[in-house]
Ligand binder design. Structure first.
Ligand code: ATP
Ligand code: LTN
Length: 327
């Protein structure tokens, strides 16, 4: 069976972009893949985090992943900092990726330029080396992510190929898996920028745990345009196309085909809100149940970390040996 690996940061609340761009795929891939999913708390440290908030976000995110359908008995679900091989392999990755390659990462340029970011950590810069370690430690074949992670998967492939050619066959070279609809969910108020966790409270962001009334209101107020025609055209109709993509991802239909069934914006907004509410309802209910028993979640995460470490330890030993470290 092919192995799938992906990670998500406990850096704030989960939004609709995370769900449609990544998590729905994570859930589906469990059926025919050997799946490994990780709450990447070490990645979250690249931006300032209050310790108590980070702890709570980590446990909540693990519960949300389970609520979405990630099954800790069937797949491996764990917290990155529980498996020490991640930062250990990351050092080998940092020493085999160049400063120039890291400087070209658009995520670094965006995040280090945000006004609110006064302190730019060195970790924010070397972050793709840790991400490469996450992926390569599990001999991963497939990495399901949203469109914004394309460049990070490319650099992971480059690092793996370079390492293999310098030190002999060590790593499996992974491929990304980006969904056909929902790979880039845009902010409902600013359809030119992606819906994002770290933007904070915004009328253009739909939260996975948000209540129905608020979701309806946000869709009703979503920015469209004034020509009144329903067409899937991201360049000239970003707002309408975003709604069609969301509806498509939530219902499993293609945005182009959906465009044919609408002549007005009102019904498109109403149906999109309804599809999203239907999608979120069971997730919210399951999350409420899981939240009642954090000790059980912690037990499941420890079990996941043990299973993850059993795989990661072998791969790290292979990499250390091939690069010339004493065993
Ligand atoms: P931040 O805003 O702090 O960078 P984020 O919202 O991008 O966070 P991540 O933890 O970085 O969230 O991403 C988790 C997964 O969700 C990744 O696979 C990412 O590609 C995907 N994702 C994030 N935002 C979107 C979006 N707007 N549309 C589709 N997928 C997304
Ligand atoms: N960089 C990713 C999170 C992430 C990840 C990973 C995704 C960390 N390690 C490994 C896929 C595979 C992000 O910011 N969304």
């Amino acid at each position: 069976m092919k192995r799938v690996f992906s990670g998500i940061q406990p850096s704030g609340e989960l939004h609709l972009g995370n769900l449609l761009g990544a998590l729905i795929n994570w859930e589906r891939l469990q059926d025919d893949h050997d799946a490994v999913y990780c709450v990447v708390d070490l990645h979250a440290l690249t931006l300032p985090q209050a310790p108590e908030v980070l702890r709570q976000n980590t446990i909540n995110l693990a519960q949300l992943l389970m609520a979405v359908g990630i099954d800790p008995e069937r797949s491996i679900l764990f917290v990155q900092s529980h498996v020490p091989q991640h930062p250990q392999l990351a050092w080998l990755m940092e020493c085999t990726v160049s400063y120039g390659e890291l400087s070209r990462m658009t995520a670094f340029k965006d995040k280090s330029n945000r006004d609110s970011t006064k302190f730019v950590s060195a970790g924010l810069f070397t972050y793709p080396a840790l991400q490469a370690a996450d992926i390569l430690l599990y001999d991963t074949d497939v990495v399901p992510v949203g469109d914004d992670q394309r460049q990070h998967i490319e650099i992971t492939r480059d690092i793996a190929e370079r390492f293999n050619s310098r030190f002999g066959d060590t790593f499996v070279v992974p491929e990304h898996r980006i969904p056909p609809a929902g790979a880039r969910v845009m902010d409902l108020q600013h359809p030119d920028r992606k819906m994002s966790k770290s933007e904070g409270e915004s009328p253009g962001t739909i939260w996975v745990l948000e209540d129905e009334k608020k979701i309806e209101k946000k869709f009703k107020r979503a920015v469209t345009d004034s020509d009144g025609e329903v067409r899937f055209d991201i360049e000239s109709k970003p707002g309408v196309s975003n709604l069609l993509s969301i509806l498509g991802a939530a219902t499993g239909k293609s945005p182009e085909a959906l465009a044919e069934s609408y002549t007005q914006y009102g019904p498109l907004k109403g149906d999109t809100a309804e599809a999203v509410i239907e999608l979120l309802r069971p997730i919210q209910a399951r999350f409420a149940e899981l939240q009642a028993d954090p000790a059980e979640t912690e037990r499941l995460l420890k079990m996941g970390a043990d299973k993850a470490e059993a795989i990661a330890a072998d791969v790290l030993a292979r990499a250390k040996n091939n690069i010339g470290l004493l065993g």
